[in-house]
Design a protein around this ligand. Structure first.
Ligand code: PHE
Length: 403
């Protein structure tokens, strides 16, 4: 029996064929780790805010950025996609990528969902921070809930260009090139990119120190052009920290500010906090264990802290093999069910084998589930029980035939 509505904090959402939220994901909704004093994500939030405040003062020395860190993570699909010009057939809209309450409401997949409404309300400079939800693979750096910080800054003509010295316009009726939008003059686009990159390079230096190596790569987002990613060198590997770009002018038209231009960025807080504090596993952020939390209690936002793991408990793994039903299955459904039944003791799920039976033409898959408790050693018997429940749930929900 499934109720006909999803009930959250007194609101009722009618279920439809889009509904794919489950109690396991909904229980994260009010955790607000980024607002929990002494939590590493809260320290990082405070650190980023103080950087933005300090870097962008007005004439009187007061910060120009407004901060929104309590916006409801339940947003409309309009906010999450349409307002950002994300095409109807874009992969980020699919059921295997996000959590739908129903056709019209979703757990936000990024903090960009709030861009248009905040711009339309008259704001020029703001930061949004909060929890975002994505169906994804399972490993030490992925969790279906994580946190983002979004920055948006708009400029009127006189704020971007020196109108006394330069004879320039914000806009032109030109061509879109890899470096600019059709409506922006070359100089407008150049200056926006320069302002954006300067702000973010300074932020990264503020967080990681001046010695950190950085590089820019070009990328694509439906809501910015040109678009970039900023990567930092970490233990000899390039790590992607954030996405950003020049806001698509159409978004500003739609928000009722056709006479301004702007930039936006979105960065992942866990990614940064894991490097800053040397936190080895993303699940630790959700721990209520004092062994974890006490290491950050009472710290100041820019204090250097290195997390020390209390001890390393052994991993334990079990495989599950099955024949796929006709039409196949979606591996995010497998991850979801494994996480739903196994909870936090599931560290990783990997597809380890796949084959096609030559005669029956049936396809078989084998997933390896790696279990590890963050705070104690799991017994094989205990893991065995959970594993059996996962197998039963996979068979019941996906129609696979266990082997
Ligand atoms: N919303 C994008 C993401 O989650 C990041 C982004 C924000 C990119 C703002 C450009 C501008 O990946």
């Amino acid at each position: 029996f499934t109720a006909s509505t999803v009930d959250i904090d007194g609101r009722k959402f009618n279920r439809d064929k889009w509904t794919n939220v489950n109690p396991n994901i909904l229980k994260y909704l009010n955790r607000n780790l980024h607002l929990k004093p002494g939590h590493p994500l809260c320290l990082l939030r405070e650190n980023i805010i103080s950087f933005m405040y300090k870097s962008f003062p007005n004439h009187a020395g007061n910060p120009i950025f407004s901060v929104f860190d309590r916006l409801n993570p339940i947003v409309t699909t309009k906010q999450n996609f349409d307002s950002l010009l994300i095409p109807q057939d874009h992969p980020s809209r699919t059921l295997s990528d996000c959590y739908y309450l129903n056709k019209d409401f979703i757990l936000r997949g990024h903090t960009s969902s709030h861009q248009e409404e905040l711009i339309a309300s008259g704001l020029d400079s703001f930061v949004v921070m909060g929890d975002v939800y994505r169906r994804d693979e399972i490993d030490a750096s992925h969790f279906p809930v994580f946190h983002q910080a979004e920055g948006v800054r708009l400029f009127a003509k006189h704020q971007l260009h020196d109108i006394d010295k330069e004879k320039v316009e914000l806009f032109e009726n030109g061509k879109r090139t890899p470096h600019k939008q059709e409506h922006h003059t070359e100089l407008t686009s150049d200056k926006l990119q320069h302002e954006l990159k300067t702000c973010l390079t300074k932020l990264v230096h503020h967080l990681f120190g001046n010695d950190v190596e950085t590089r820019w790569t070009e990328t694509y987002f439906p809501f910015t052009h040109p678009s970039f990613e900023l990567e930092v060198k970490f233990q000899d590997k390039w790590l992607e920290l954030l996405g950003c770009g020049v806001i698509e002018q159409q978004i500003l038209y739609n928000a009722g500010v056709p006479d301004k231009v702007g930039w936006a960025f979105g960065l992942g807080l866990e990614r940064i906090a894991m490097r800053l504090y040397e936190i080895p596993d993303i699940r630790l952020f959700w721990s209520n264990d004092s062994g974890f939390l006490s290491q950050f209690q009472g710290a100041t936002p820019n204090q250097k802290i290195t997390y020390k793991s209390v001890s390393q408990y052994p991993q334990c793994f079990n495989d599950v093999s099955f024949w796929l039903p006709e039409g196949g299955i979606n591996s995010s459904d497998v991850y979801e069910i494994v996480r739903g039944v196994g909870g936090d003791i599931v560290e990783q799920v990997r597809l380890v084998d796949e084959f096609l039976h030559p005669k029956t033409k049936k396809r078989s898959q084998c997933f390896r589930i790696i279990y590890r408790h963050m705070e104690r050693t799991l017994t094989q018997a205990e893991v065995g029980k959970v594993h059996e429940r996962i197998k039963a749930q996979l068979a019941a929900d996906l129609g696979v035939t266990l082997r």
